[in-house]
Write a new protein. Structure first.
Length: 95
């Protein structure tokens, strides 16, 4: 089954929120995410309201297998569903 079809948008947003919590809970990872995204601690809250922000969080997580596993454990889902959540939130690929 296509992993993106195994959850709906609300579930994907929940996975992304869990991912943000996992990243925010580790100062080193949070610092790296902020540096890579160009955000600062003062702009994080405003950025979180943007739809692309959740995709960016999941993209960051997907770049680190250990982080994918940590998010999957925290969300009580299979690691592949982290990628599925990103796919749902990112929408269809242009083409």
């Amino acid at each position: 089954m296509d992993r993106a079809k195994s959850m709906d948008r609300a579930a994907a947003e929940s996975v992304a929120a869990t991912a943000l919590g996992v990243v925010a809970g580790d100062p080193q990872r949070l610092g790296l995410f902020l540096a890579l995204s160009g955000l600062g601690p003062e702009t994080l809250r405003a950025a979180a309201a943007e739809p692309a922000f959740l995709v960016a969080v999941l993209e960051f997580v997907i770049g680190d297998d250990d982080l994918v596993m940590a998010v999957a454990r925290a969300a009580d889902i299979a690691p592949a569903h982290v990628v599925g959540a990103r796919d749902i939130l990112a929408g269809p690929a242009p083409g």
